[in-house]
Design a protein around this ligand. Structure first.
Ligand code: ATP
Ligand code: RIB
Length: 294
């Protein structure tokens, strides 16, 4: 089994489903509201565990009611939560609007996630003992960078999702093996609107890149080769929240099983396509048998 450590956020997603997202100063009436366990770190952990990984979640939730629900949701998906600490104060929340095309806009309030500024010996040992480390940017950058450093020093392969996007220090990128931005993040990181150009520029900083392109699939590029486009399955999306996280968590499991890059990307694309056909983040992530069947 692939050992995967996830150092990242755990949020409760507060999701309003609307016909059209409101503009500045505008009020619209929604048709439905749901609370769904989410957070980029927890989502990737759930996706990887359901895809067959042996997953440890490192992070924090608050001592509020959401914290207990978030812990039990991870546990029910088979994620080890011994290093998911409960701290005083509110859990992270994500305030999400999903429109009728399934697209979302999100405001994240870090809460407990913001307390994870450094790693203790237990966290470092979990990272050092894993096959892969999954990182995103919803925890303080100091912890993300420390996690990447520990992994790099121990030869643990590191995948970074640069979201919410921000400029990244060179010392962090030096420790990243695979960077997975969506197309907006790729533009923000490089200034290049064309994903091929963005991918080439990013290869100056990391050895391999996957730019995810929503319903258009993804673009894979590694040093020394030409970028390759992998199309996504054609499906009717109802809620794309967590699609990127499903893609990353599932891809990590496949790569950890030493499957080829094309096979791994195809498997991750099938998983993400299943995710977008269901509402919510962690609630929409498929199990291994479903991905194989798809
Ligand atoms: P999100 O923030 O909505 O979770 P993201 O912006 O991080 O997602 P996307 O590029 O939108 O990432 O999607 C990630 C992957 O999910 C895509 O590369 C694709 O494989 C799959 N995907 C997303 N949307 C669709 C869709 N409408 N149909 C099929 N697959 C999709
Ligand atoms: O990537 C989707 C996630 O982003 C949501 O679950 C939400 O919590 C935000 O962190």
């Amino acid at each position: 089994m692939t050992g995967i450590a996830v150092l990242g956020s755990t949020n409760m997603d507060l999701v309003a489903y609307v016909a059209r997202a409101p503009g500045p100063g505008e009020t619209v009436t929604g048709r439905e509201f749901r609370t769904v366990p989410g957070g980029k770190g927890a989502n990737q952990a759930v996706a990887a565990a359901r895809a067959g990984g042996d997953v440890t979640m490192i992070g924090a939730v608050g001592d509020d009611a959401y914290g207990a629900v978030l812990r039990s949701n991870l546990e029910h998906s088979g994620v080890d939560i011994d290093l998911l600490h409960t701290v005083e104060g509110p859990s992270g929340t994500a305030h999400i609007v999903v429109d009728e095309t399934g697209s979302n806009s999100i405001v994240v309030v870090p809460g407990a996630n913001g307390t994870v500024t450094a790693l203790g010996p237990g966290e470092m040992a979990a990272i050092a003992g894993a096959d892969l480390l999954l990182l995103q940017l919803e925890l303080p950058l100091s912890a993300v960078a420390e996690g990447a450093r520990v992994a790099h020093a121990q030869g643990v392969r590191t995948i970074l999702t640069p979201s919410p996007v921000q400029q990244l220090p060179g010392e962090l990128l030096d420790c990243v093996d695979l960077l997975i931005p969506n197309e907006h993040e790729a533009v923000a990181l490089t200034g290049a609107a064309d994903p091929h150009t963005a991918a080439r520029l990013l290869l100056g900083q990391v050895p391999a890149v996957v730019v995810t392109l929503g319903s258009r699939g993804c673009l894979y590029a590694a040093r020394g080769g030409d970028p390759v486009l992998f199309p996504a399955p054609e499906v009717a999306a109802v809620d794309t929240t967590g699609a990127g996280d499903t893609f990353v968590g599932t891809l990590a499991v496949a790569l950890g099983e030493r499957r080829s890059v094309p096979e791994s990307l195809a498997w991750a694309s099938s998983a993400a396509a299943l995710c977008v056909q269901r509402p919510g983040a962690s609630t929409s992530m498929p199990y291994r048998a479903e991905i194989d069947a798809a």
